[in-house]
Ligand binder design. Structure first.
Ligand SMILES: [Fe+2]
Ligand SMILES: [Fe+2]
Length: 328
């Protein structure tokens, strides 16, 4: 008996209704809507404007932008992840099941993120594209273990968390780009953040349904995920030089406030509240323990966040390949 798979498959009708969280292709933005039109007579001027505006971006912002781009570019690992979940995975590659259509539609929307960010970085002339590309190749080759095994409950909780985390991160880069006078990058990151926000709502709605169908099992999966801690998708990235490249990226993101330990605590608190974990009645034994654990978790991480803030602010700077070995 596989309760988790059975519950997931019983949700098919509900998932069908949730497919409206995906935008029709004809109504979707495409990278070429935003980037300079290189077929236009004045392509050179448009490109000059982009390159000029990109001169205002600090090394710190460039580093988080590169890290965010590489994270998006490892999309094959995330589509593979979704296909591993029992009852969710696309059995043929073109299956008509609502879950399979969700996975493919989600992947197709996400695919524009890496493409747009990557093209922007390339045209900006501000970063070492070869080092960026090497890192992407390493990351896809090294893979990504979200510590969800093949459990669909954990998978949907993980993706709810992660979509919100990327929404926060891209949104903050957009704000910093706009403050630095780089409106095109601001627009790019806001578009991506808008997709992440829509995806977040969809994944959260799937988990909300899981809670209706199997509250105890869902709470235990949520608690297990949080005990293992949420692994970031680019954890295994490498440029072939740094011992722990992800950590370098994470420290800069923390220092400039693009994605911080406080955000981690906020996301946990948001999800616990959104899914009304405290208000679920009738829990006993392990599921009651999971409920108590989850309700106290946000405050726990918030205390932890202050210590991390101090530590990353004091972290010494050293060269990074992405920005031609300038120290960051
Ligand atoms: Fe994305
Ligand atoms: Fe996403």
């Amino acid at each position: 008996m596989d309760t988790h798979r059975d519950v997931i498959q019983a949700m098919a009708g509900f998932v069908e209704e949730q497919l409206t969280w995906l935008n029709p292709v004809g109504e979707s933005w495409q990278p070429s809507d935003i980037l300079p039109d290189l077929t236009a007579d004045k392509w050179h001027e448009a490109l000059q404007r982009l390159r000029h505006a990109a001169q205002g971006l600090s090394d710190d912002v460039l580093v988080v932008l590169v890290g965010d781009t590489i994270t998006e570019e490892a999309l094959p690992s995330y589509q593979s992840m979704l296909n591993r979940y029992r009852g969710i995975g696309d059995q043929t590659g073109a299956s008509d099941s609502p879950w399979a259509r969700w996975i493919r539609g989600w992947t197709a929307e996400e695919n524009r993120h890496g493409e747009l960010l990557n093209a922007y970085l390339y045209l900006s002339g501000r970063v070492d594209m070869r080092a960026v590309q090497v890192t992407t190749q390493h990351l896809i080759r090294n893979g990504f273990d979200p510590k969800t095994a093949a459990d669909p409950y954990k998978g949907l909780i993980y993706t709810s968390f992660q979509e919100r985390a990327t929404r926060i991160s891209h949104g903050n880069v957009a704000r910093m780009a706009n403050q630095g006078g780089e409106a095109m990058l601001g627009k790019i990151c806001n578009l991506v953040a808008g997709d992440e926000a829509r995806h977040e709502e969809a994944y959260k709605s799937f988990v909300k349904k899981l809670l209706e169908l199997d509250a105890g099992g869902t709470l235990m999966a949520f608690a297990d995920m949080m005990k293992a801690q949420v692994t970031m998708p680019a954890r295994l990235m490498s440029d072939g030089i740094e011992r722990d490249l992800f950590n370098r990226f994470a420290i800069v993101a923390q220092r400039i406030g693009v994605y911080t330990a406080r955000d981690y605590a906020d996301i946990i608190e948001h999800l616990v509240e959104y899914w009304n974990v405290a208000g679920l009645s009738g829990m006993s034994g392990e599921s009651a323990a999971a409920q108590d654990y989850l309700c106290a978790l946000g405050a726990h991480y918030r205390r932890f966040a202050e210590r991390i803030e101090g530590r990353s602010a004091r972290h010494p700077r050293s060269p990074l390949s992405w920005i031609f070995d300038r120290p960051v």
